[in-house]
Design a protein around this ligand. Structure first.
Ligand code: ADP
Ligand code: MG
Length: 451
């Protein structure tokens, strides 16, 4: 019966928007089926109410579709922590594990398993200045797999959309040509599968399975471990597929050359095609993403509330989504609008603690240090190019991270005229579009700001 419940959840997951599913069905378990009563355990009262009012029909339909005979469904408060201490929702994370297992459309046995999650599409990936380059490469991969950008290496810090984008490529390719053999696999699974295959003496089959692929998507490459047999195996598979002009897509939190355990030849080959990064979204990008997510969930949210979240969540898109869900959940519970939730002080915890401690001084110090300068040197009148560059990066970060006005920034960095600051910021913004070194630098400094 509990297996059936997994299928029921998987079906509901396909039926309702992703964000709604992860908000309302995280930690929802089956407790019992007795005398025609299905009892469902739900982590809190808010969710009970929501399930009863909004999702009862979906749950009932899914139960029926899975052959469960019942008269009634009851939702009760029940925390799963007591019964399954290892489950993920204890940590409050969205149910990413379920994503993988449950939402893959069931295929008949023998049919090829892609590992792709159909919920990640290019349509629901919001394009902004932080990712437009990556999206255009993604689209060219979809148009011409194996030809244009091969391998396509996509990198960024966590929660900025790597998994979403590469899975969306896979789904788009599959939609165009369902006969394509596409495999999405996190590198850690590649490893464990390979090691299992050695233990079970099936490594030949393992290799064959990979060499048959048309498209290989490897996620979280940074978790590749030592230069052992599995890395060698990966290298061989990579070379074989590459020579056959098969599309290879790899994501990582940094460039391969920065991962110590990666063999140099492999590292250089991975970036032969296109190595593109995803950046933190700007304020406008964040607003666009929030609006799109809210719309997708069918939720109403005021512009001011969107702006509040965009302004306050500065870590990544995953957190942005989490805060949106949190806000909408409270609005629903209190039966007030999201903006009222904010104004009434229900979510004053959004501001992440490091945001509150970030000061202009810290930005200047960290930026100067990054470029091996003292703050005094950086804020001097020197026109030596690397000093000027550091100064302009500092201006850019003061503006982006603290939203300081240009006259204020001018005072901080010791320039007379605020138009110099405007030019400086504009220059960095422009350069960021194509200068990958600069992107690395700024990402590096940002990381240090929020350590
Ligand atoms: P990463 O793999 O880089 O850690 P994910 O791909 O898991 O990040 O993205 C984190 C969350 O943010 C996901 O729910 C994803 O759908 C969402 N997300 C990221 N970028 C975008 C975007 N441009 N538009 C819409 N959703 C996005
Ligand atoms: Mg990911």
């Amino acid at each position: 019966m509990f297996d059936v419940w997994k299928n029921v959840l998987a079906e509901v997951e396909q039926e309702i928007p992703h964000a709604a599913f992860s908000t309302w069905f995280t930690g929802v378990t089956l407790i019992s089926v007795e005398d025609g009563v299905v009892t469902v355990g739900v982590p809190n009262v808010l969710k009970v109410k929501q399930l009863e009012v909004k999702y009862n029909d979906s749950v009932k339909t899914a139960l029926r579709n899975n052959g469960v005979d019942f008269k009634e469904v009851r939702y009760i408060v029940h925390t799963r922590a007591k019964t399954k201490p290892k489950s993920r929702e204890v940590t409050g994370e969205p149910i990413t594990i379920k994503k993988k297992k449950l939402s893959i459309p069931k295929r008949k046995s023998g049919e090829f398993q892609t590992g792709l999650n159909p919920r990640y599409t290019l349509d629901n990936f919001v394009i902004g200045s932080n990712n437009d380059l990556a999206v255009s490469v993604a689209k060219s991969v979809v148009e011409n797999p194996g030809k244009k950008a091969n391998p396509f290496f996509l990198y960024s810090g966590p929660g900025l959309g790597k998994t979403h984008l590469v899975q969306a490529i896979g789904n788009a390719l599959l939609a165009r040509d369902p006969s394509l053999k596409i495999l999405y696999i996190p590198i850690s699974h590649f490893y464990s599968d390979f090691i299992n295959s050695i233990q079970n003496k099936t490594s030949e089959e393992f290799t064959k399975k990979f060499r048959k692929l048309d498209v290989l998507i490897v996620d979280d490459f940074q978790f590749i471990v030592g230069k052992d047999r599995s890395q060698e195996e990966f290298f061989h598979i990579f070379n074989d597929l590459y020579q056959l002009n098969k599309q290879i897509i790899v994501t990582s939190d940094r460039l391969p050359s920065q991962i110590k355990t990666v063999d140099e030849r492999l590292a250089s080959r991975l970036t032969w095609g296109n190595a593109i990064d995803l950046q933190m979204p700007s304020f406008e990008d964040k607003c666009a993403i929030l609006k799109s997510k809210a719309e997708f969930m069918g939720a109403e949210i005021e512009d001011e509330a969107v702006e509040y979240l965009a302004d306050n969540v500065r870590t990544n898109i995953r957190d942005l989504e989490g805060e949106l869900n949190h806000l909408l959940a409270i609005a629903d519970l209190k039966n007030i609008t999201p903006l009222e939730v904010i104004n009434d002080g229900y979510i004053n915890t959004v501001k992440t603690p490091h945001m509150q401690t970030l000061s202009p001084k810290k930005i200047l110090e960290k930026t100067a240090k990054y470029y091996d300068l003292t703050v005094k040197e950086m804020c001097s009148k020197s026109r030596v190019s690397h000093i000027k560059n550091a100064r302009q990066v500092a201006m850019y970060l003061l503006s982006e991270e603290l939203e300081m006005s240009t006259p204020k920034i001018a005072r901080e960095v010791g320039v007379k005229d605020h138009t110099t600051v405007m030019h400086g910021i504009k220059k960095i913004k422009n350069d960021l579009k194509l200068n990958f070194n600069l992107r690395e630098q700024i990402a590096g400094i940002r990381e240090r700001l929020y350590e």
